[in-house]
Design a protein around this ligand. Sequence first.
Ligand SMILES: C[S@@+](CC[C@H](N)C(=O)[O-])C[C@H]1O[C@@H](n2cnc3c(N)ncnc32)[C@H](O)[C@@H]1O
Length: 193
Amino acid sequence: MNLIDKFHHWRRRRRWNKQYRKGRWESLKSDLEANRYFQIREFLQNYASENPSILDLGCGDGVLNERLGDYQFEYFLGIDFSSVSIEKAKAKNLPKSEFESVDVIKFQPKRNYDVIIFNEVFYYIPDSEKVRVMNLLFDHLNPEGIIITSIFREGIGCWEYFKENPKLKEIDFTTVTTKKETTYWKIGVYKMK
Ligand SMILES: C[S@@+](CC[C@H](N)C(=O)[O-])C[C@H]1O[C@@H](n2cnc3c(N)ncnc32)[C@H](O)[C@@H]1O
């Protein structure tokens, strides 16, 4: 990243912390958002190995983990660069789960995962870092592992990294709609070729 990008990135992290402190992201727990999480859970049930290890990038305060309900996993790591959201996630004491305050672009996985999830975070990774971050994560995906990506509305400048990625094949894709016409998410599931 050049200096200007670094500055914007730093400022963005401060903004997320401020917003989590003020409760701005409590909206992620609303009924309007629920089906997005349920769709991810359905994809996990359909395509992940049994009892998988899960890496949730940009996990916020752990809403996806909570929404998994009685879905069985062996281990769950949520990372987010907002220390405020991570403190909130940790306070929930979610079983078999750990949460770590770390930037996706600095994250060095200490193990491999069966599932890697970009849930409403991919667009925040600076363009200059996207390919490098993805390649590092691919190296930490178990054989037959899956990548799940959820992106709000059209996700301009995002889907090509998945749909046109020569290393990936798409195994499912859907649009989650809501009663609000302008609120929808596209969610894809990928495997390594
Ligand atoms: C729209 S929220 C989604 C939160 C969560 N994935 C969910 O859907 O419940 C986006 C999250 O990405 C995090 N984020 C943005 N850029 C990040 C980065 N470079 N590294 C780690 N987390 C990041 C923000 O702090 C925020 O928690």
